[in-house]
Design a protein around this ligand. Sequence first.
Ligand code: ATP
Length: 397
Amino acid sequence: WPAPDHTGAGCFLAHSGLGGTVCMSQITFEPWNDPSAKPLIEFKGVTKRFGDFTAIDNQTFDIYEKEFFALLGPSGCGKTTMMRMLAGFETPTSGKILLSGQDIAPIPPNKRAVNMMFQSYALFPHLSVWENIAFGLKRGTMPKDEIAARVEQMLKLTRLEKFAQRKPHQISGGQRQRVALARSLAKAPKLLLLDEPLGALDAKLRQDTQFELMDIQEKTGTTFVIVTHDQEEAMTVASRVAVMDDGRIIQADTPAHIYEMPGSVYVADFIGDVTIFEGRAKRAEGGYHIAFAEGHDSLFAASDLDLSEGQTAYLAIRPEKVMITPERPEGARNALEGKILDIAYLGNLSTYHVALSNGQIVKAQTANTRRLANRPFTWEDSVWVSWTDTAAVLLER
Ligand code: ATP
């Protein structure tokens, strides 16, 4: 098994919630920013058509070794098609997919250094956990004692030693998920494809399993490509998240960049909660004023975009960056008066929907850091929402 040298620089990686991958010794894992890094997978102008329907539209992008790459997007956007082409169950209509520099088109699925783990896990019910993990290895040329050693290693990695002799129906859903993972990793593939790997688990177990999955991915150094519907899951586990729409990757970036620096309204809106103001841009020092409605002051956003005078632009602001106060805060450039329409209490957070006089809703979120604090605002209260000059992102489209 390759030594767990996660970055090639002796660096140990940790994941941190929405922040993506953080390196403990300050050396960041960002091969996509390193021009000398060789990608493990290269999509080169890949198009996939089913009849006259284009499922994947001329996509060119790279995935690097040891990445945990998440494909995220609405139903039907092409995530599974992307995976199936990597696994070899579909071939591109045009374009090429390279694995370690080699075109994979002529290589049959079972000969690729790629494995796919399905949502259903597809375990053999009549075989024990041990035999399930050994199954793929036994079909190869590996000597018996090496197979046994590898199975033991996999059991240890996935903490299943105690369950080796049980059948799949004698273990829990989370344990079955780990058996499927152990089996997929047994042959040490270069690339593991995971299609909704945690879909069958309940919310709490799912969260724990996300951390386990990250841990196992880091220990083995295998490149993971995951398809998920759950944006929080993608943000938690992935080194990069690719947000897809209509057969195209709209933005592929670290979770933190996707969240804080979305490149379009589509991405800002798809990941997390956001309020979008559409307005006309007027250049100002260090950014733009955005006139968004009659009777409201224009908003200001720091930005290096190059917009023409009067161009339509979109100001995107995340709810946790919006302050909510009973009075207009002194000196705030971005302050709007409105009425509280809705309050969502989530335990740790409260989200307020504040309606402006033009009908626009602004979302503001506060952290409930004190257990017994009185809820300061209630429905129909007149309040001010405000944010700093750099809190919002200005977008062209
Ligand atoms: P979901 O999240 O619902 O699984 P997805 O993003 O994985 O969706 P795909 O399964 O990749 O989407 O499908 C992309 C598009 O291609 C869909 O519109 C689908 O109907 C179409 N498609 C997929 N496979 C075929 C096929 N064999 N024949 C015709 N159309 C197909």
